[in-house]
Design a binder for this molecule. Structure first.
Ligand code: CUA
Length: 310
């Protein structure tokens, strides 16, 4: 899949924010060069020469002081209004409609709901291109921050509070994001992957996600199913169409269709999945998934079953 440079904004609001950033960077850059240049010039031009007498002393110059107060004031005022304008441009309108996407941040992964269809996924968000989507974000534990810089503004995920923002992508692609508020030991591994798809591809993805995976009837996968329901796995995870209906950990109904595991720690391959179930603490130390001390055969069965959940 096409992964555009993370520095290129792909939505109007990301472009507005990028413009503000570039402009402030340029203004700050010019100020830095002028100030540093004057300091260097003065240090050289007025350096001490061995036989110099004490230079004439200067005790203030009102005109100069007013000038160097007024110019920064004008610059800061201009920056203030540009910031307010950008904030206004990226802010959501009145919130009298249901969000398109509902996001709940957890230590250390993202729960993602699509209220209209009832689709639930984790860490990987699919959106149709060319559509401005309203999303709502909150947290199940501590403060996190949802940030996909190419598509949307940064927005805090705060327990017991709903924050709203818009997200959109003009072009298909994979857009990477991350948690941007320090939230504990695995803060670095709360990656977000937004897959922007052409509307018909997005519709196909929706159809796939709405299907309830068939229950395996034979082989390792069937053993894996039985193990999953018997072991503590089903106390934390949900798999649609099965007795496992918990929502402590990520929904696994379509785990096999996701590209990554553990909020971006691993690529979702058969081998990595087995390694992950075997010892989550080794791969993501401090995460909330325990090591269940499983036998090798149990691991094979579980990984076979979960890999089939497409
Ligand atoms: Cu969640 Cu940092």
């Amino acid at each position: 899949m096409n992964v555009p440079s993370p520095l290129i904004p792909v939505s109007q609001q990301a472009r507005d924010i990028d413009f503000l950033f570039q402009l402030m960077m340029a203004i700050s850059g010019v100020i830095f060069l002028v100030v540093a240049g004057l300091v260097l010039y003065s240090a050289f031009r007025f350096r001490r020469r061995s036989d110099d007498p004490l230079p004439s002393q200067d005790f203030g110059n009102p005109r100069l002081e007013i000038t160097w107060t007024v110019i920064p004031l004008l610059i800061v005022t201009a920056m203030f209004f540009l910031s307010v304008w950008t904030m206004h441009a990226v802010d959501p309108p009145p919130l009298d409609r249901q969000p398109d996407i509902d996001i709940v941040a957890h230590q250390w992964w993202w729960e993602v709901h699509y209220p209209e269809t009832g689709i639930v996924t984790a860490n990987e968000i699919h959106i149709p291109t060319g559509k401005n989507l309203l999303f709502r974000v909150t947290s199940a534990d501590v403060v996190h921050d949802f940030w996909v810089p190419q598509l949307a503004r940064k927005i805090d995920a705060i327990p017991n509070r709903m924050n709203h923002a818009w997200i959109s992508a003009e072009r298909p692609g994979l857009y990477l994001g991350t948690c941007a508020e320090y939230c504990g030991v695995e803060h670095a591994w709360m990656r977000i992957r937004v897959y922007a798809q052409a509307p018909e591809e997005f519709a196909a993805w929706q159809q796939d996600q709405l299907a309830i995976p068939a229950r395996p009837t034979s082989g390792q996968a069937a053993r894996g199913y039985a193990l999953f329901m018997k072991l503590p796995c089903s106390n934390c995870h949900r798999i649609a169409g099965t007795p496992a209906q918990a929502d402590i950990g990520p929904d696994l109904t379509h785990l096999g269709s996701r590209q990554t595991l553990a909020a971006g720690v691993l690529e979702n391959t058969r081998g990595n999945l087995e390694a992950w179930i075997d010892d989550p603490q080794k791969l993501k130390p401090g995460c909330n998934m325990p090591n269940l001390q499983l036998e090798p055969l149990q691991l094979i069965a579980l990984a076979d079953y979960l890999k089939e959940l497409k």
